[in-house]
Design a protein around this ligand. Structure first.
Ligand code: KIV
Length: 265
C-alpha cells in the first residue's frame, strides 16, 4: 500500500468507502497506528490536555507542536500526517502563519489543520495551498474558540445554523481545503454537507454519514479519563493496563522476584 495522499482520500470519498483517522502524539504509538492501517494521523492540539495535562487546547504553542510532529512523523510510513496549527499560530497575520505552517512541514507534517471559516482563514488557506501545503478545514465546534462559543456546545442545531455551516463548508472547499472536519454537528447536518461538497468530510461527533472518522487516540485506548465525549468509543482499557503493569512491577520489587537471574549482567 502506497503513501496516503490528498488524492487517496478523494478517491475513497468518490468510491463511497470510508477512511480512518486517529490522533497520535508520540513515535511508537504513531508507528503502531500506521502498521495497523490507519489512513490519517493527526497531531491534534488535544495533546495539550491528553499528553501535557493542560487545562485546554489553547495553552499549547508552535514549539511544542513541532516536537510532537517530529516524533510522530518519524514513526509513520503510509498514513498521511496532519498537524493541528495551535491557537494564535495562524491568526495574527498571513506571513507569520505561513512561517509557522512551513515549520510543521519541515518537521514532517504532510498537511496542516486550521480551525474556523472567515475571510482571513479563506485567504490563508489559499496562500498555504499555493505554498505547497495541503489544508484540512475544521468547522462546527472549534475548540480553540470555546471561550467565544461558551463551552462544548453542539453546532448547527437550528435551520439557520445548519445553513451557515453548509455555506462555510462550501467556502472552505472553494478556498482549497482537501478535507473538512465536522465537530459536534447533528448527523443530518453533516450528511447534507457531505453530499454537497466534493472534498471528503470527517466526522468528529458528526454522525455516521461523513467520508471519514476521527477520534482522539487516548479516548479509543481508554487512557484519558478526565472526560470522554459522547461520540468517543473506548476500544480498550489502557489505564487499567498501565496501572496493572505498574502494580505488578512494584509488587515484584517488594517480593524480590524482580530482577531475576536472567535479568542481570
Ligand atoms: O485536537 C484534536 O485532537 C482534534 C481532533 C479531535 C479533530 O482536533
Amino acid at each position: 500500500m502506497g503513501k496516503v495522499t490528498v488524492r487517496t482520500l478523494k478517491k475513497i470519498k468518490d468510491s463511497g468507502e470510508k477512511f480512518s483517522m486517529l490522533t497520535a502524539y508520540d513515535y511508537s504509538t504513531a508507528k503502531y497506528l500506521d502498521e495497523s492501517g490507519i489512513d490519517v494521523i493527526l497531531i491534534g492540539d488535544s495533546l495539550a490536555m491528553t499528553a501535557l495535562g493542560y487545562e485546554n487546547t489553547n495553552c499549547i504553542g508552535v514549539e511544542e507542536m513541532t516536537i510532537f510532529t517530529r516524533a510522530v512523523a518519524k514513526g509513520v510510513k503510509r498514513a498521511m500526517v496532519v498537524t493541528d496549527m495551535p491557537f494564535m499560530s495562524y491568526t495574527i497575520d498571513i506571513p507569520s502563519a505561513l512561517n509557522n505552517i512551513g515549520n510543521m512541514v519541515k518537521n514532517g507534517a504532510n498537511a496542516v489543520k486550521l480551525e474556523g471559516c472567515n475571510d482571513y482563514i479563506e485567504k490563508l488557506i489559499e496562500c498555504t495551498v499555493n505554498m505547497g501545503v495541503p489544508v484540512m478545514g475544521h468547522i462546527g465546534f472549534t475548540p480553540q474558540s470555546q471561550n467565544v462559543i461558551g463551552g462544548y456546545i453542539i453546532q448547527g442545531k437550528t435551520e439557520d445554523a445548519a445553513a451557515e455551516l453548509l455555506k462555510q463548508a462550501k467556502k472552505l472547499e472553494k478556498a482549497g481545503v482537501f478535507s473538512i472536519v465536522l465537530e459536534m454537528v447533528p448527523e443530518v447536518v453533516a450528511k447534507n454537507i457531505t453530499q454537497n461538497v466534493s472534498v471528503p468530510t470527517i466526522s468528529c461527533g458528526a454522525g455516521r454519514y461523513c467520508d471519514g472518522f476521527v477520534m482522539v487516540c487516548d479516548d479509543l485506548f481508554g487512557k484519558f479519563d478526565n472526560f470522554t465525549p459522547k461520540f468517543a468509543r473506548k476500544y480498550g482499557d489502557m489505564k487499567l493496563l498501565i496501572t496493572d503493569c505498574a502494580k505488578k512491577y512494584i509488587e515484584s520489587i517488594k517480593d524480590g522476584t524482580y530482577p531475576n537471574e536472567n535479568e542481570v549482567y
